[in-house]
Design a protein around this ligand. Structure first.
Ligand SMILES: [Zn+2]
Ligand SMILES: [Zn+2]
Length: 261
């Protein structure tokens, strides 16, 4: 029986929050919905907000921190992030008291979890992905990253479940008349967001080394669809001999409603 359960409160540019539960501990990665919305979505997952033991931050962008101050102060939840993210977040101005912990970008121990941050490239001060270990299980999350290299693959390898960004279809993005050129270049750049193809290639690599459960995340509403993102990863796996109906699970994290793991 799985010791870690992974649910997504929502994922995308309108808010990101992931819930990891064990029998004794509940933590969230990011708090990008308003506190009220976070409470509502936790309740939909059958979780009382007072049960949350800690919040890990990936980076300071609003879609990851919108409800953080209100939620963490109201429910007295400690927040963990690297020092540059904390500095940048605090620069935005805090009016309530919350406990901020500098993780010094090192592995650390929180209750029965071991938490291993790793660096990803994004246009934030310093963006982290996380691997979380509990009793021989490993879960990893990497969203908001411009590219994926061997070092990131190494951090993700050996995970039972991986949440990985599948942000956009480059052609849809390039053809989008509502996006200014500078924004397109930002998203496509080395410090932007991961495309469907980059995600699919990484998942093939990770599936070969044994991961069987993937959740595609941080999809663009304008430059992607859940069906497209999923089919690109599935096609890549099937073309390389994988059976995606039996052996490998690919889910897509929605933006507007919860995904219960
Ligand atoms: Zn971001
Ligand atoms: Zn984001």
């Amino acid at each position: 029986m799985a010791k870690m359960r992974v649910s997504i409160l929502g994922s995308g540019s309108k808010g990101n929050c992931t819930l990891i539960e064990t029998d004794n501990t509940k933590i969230m990665i990011d708090c990008g919905f308003s506190a009220r919305e976070t409470v509502k979505r936790l309740q939909q997952l059958g979780v009382n907000p007072e049960e949350i033991n800690g919040i890990l931050l990936t980076h300071e962008h609003k879609d990851h921190t919108l409800g953080l101050e209100n939620f963490a102060s109201k429910f007295n939840v400690p927040v963990f992030a690297n020092s540059l993210t904390l500095q940048e977040y605090e620069r935005g101005g805090l009016t309530k008291h919350i406990e901020l912990n500098d993780i010094m970008t090192q592995d650390f121990y929180f209750r029965e979890l071991t938490i291993a941050p790793f660096d990803v490239s994004h246009d934030a001060k310093h963006c982290n992905g996380y691997s979380i270990y509990c009793e021989g299980e490993k879960f990893s999350l990497a969203t908001d990253l411009g590219f994926i290299d061997d070092k990131i693959i190494e951090s993700l390898q050996g995970s039972d479940t991986i949440v990985l960004e599948s942000n956009h279809d480059p052609q849809m993005l390039k053809n989008n008349p509502h996006y200014p050129q500078v924004l397109k270049e930002r998203i496509l750049g080395r410090r932007g967001h991961l495309s469907n193809t980059d995600c699919a290639n990484a998942i093939l690599n990770l599936a070969k080394s044994g991961t069987r459960n993937f959740i595609l995340a941080h999809l663009s509403k304008e430059n992607n669809t859940p069906l497209l993102a999923k089919s690109i990863t599935e096609t890549q796996l099937i073309n390389n001999g994988a059976d995606t109906t039996h052996d490998i699970t690919i889910n897509v994290a929605p933006q507007d409603f919860v995904f219960k793991g």
